[in-house]
Design a protein around this ligand. Sequence first.
Ligand SMILES: [Zn+2]
Length: 433
Amino acid sequence: MKKAQGPGVLPGRSDPPPAAPASRPADGARVRRPARRPTPKLRLVIPRRTAAAAAAVLAAVLLAGVLPAALGAYARPAGTTPTASPKATRVPGTATPSAPTASPTVSPRPPQPTLAPQVSIAAGGYRVWPKDYAYAPGYVVDPAELASRATGTLPLEGIVVVLDPGHGGQDGGAVYPVSNKAEIVEKTVALDVALRARDALVALGAEVVMTRADDSWVSLYKRIGLTHQAVLARHAAYLEAMGSRAWPDATETRRLSALVQPCIDVNSDYLNGKGLGVFKNYGVIPDVRTMFDIDRQHADIVFVALHCNANDSPKAQGLSVLYLDTKKVYRTERSTGGNPTYSFYDDENRVRFGQALYDGIAASEPRLVSDGFVQPLIDQNLAVLREMNLVGVLVEMGFVSNASDRAVLLSDAGQANIAKGVAAGVVAYFRGG
Ligand SMILES: [Zn+2]
């Protein structure tokens, strides 16, 4: 959902973190620039977020570094056959169904010299970013193979989909009407649709990781941490199975995973609550950059957050898919007086994935196609898209404040259609084109 958020003042990179006596979780962590609305008057019908939450958001923005440079198609060496089948790590404590054992879509690269971290004394012993390259891939995905597989009977075999149902627990998200007897609560719809989408994706061969599978509150940074850990575990297992010496190696990958653990354990988005853990910095610190470099190698993992929209006007209606591109992050970073700190976001595929999901849902549930109030695709700076480097999007399924959308969002048929549309969109994305 969209939360109205005070413009605030983005602190400079060298500024101390803003005080954040948050009384509410930093839901959404959307960064909205003053005097600029990314979409037509989207406003919440629920209470405005607190300044503290905004502060958390602002700090989070500064973490991001980004940049385009699509993962690129790593050619699969002729005659090589993968011998390992990395599996996605399922989030502890969440019930995820067993997915069919997927043969790997990854293939080993020809032997390459181990690439040690690039260290710059001038930069305090850290690598200087961005550079032309980050870490050489130790996990290689062949998009052509993914595309050919996507035409088979189990089109998503070997694919991992991280499903992130928005809100949960004490954070209901958008509600309508705003009262204790709301007819619709965003967190419930998000979870219901996510569970249906999980089933649809698993039926197509995908492995699914849920950031939550029940009505519990999960901080933004716990969602981000869980996702990173799923990627890192898959990465480490793959390196070990392949006997790869690529850097970062399995040991380093596990060290990074341990760094994220406090973000998960604390489960807080409050700046002063250590909830951001390793993400609690300005700019993208080296360890986070390394995680981003690992994330970007896993082109067979996608991230989908599911939310509902809301607006003061009951006429506001329709589906939209939010993505984040490099320009948006750089603009934000520069507006704070900082410089971009990371260079390898996959802009091209994020947009392509967003379009594929939009098309899939719109075809499956045409009633959610907007009458023009919202654009199909919206570029927006969101924590869950910014603090990880997977191809991912956030789906605003429809407006809880609109009668037509509400009917769809609350109905069995509507939820099933959206779930089917998500699955179809994922297949279309991997099929390419
Ligand atoms: Zn939401």
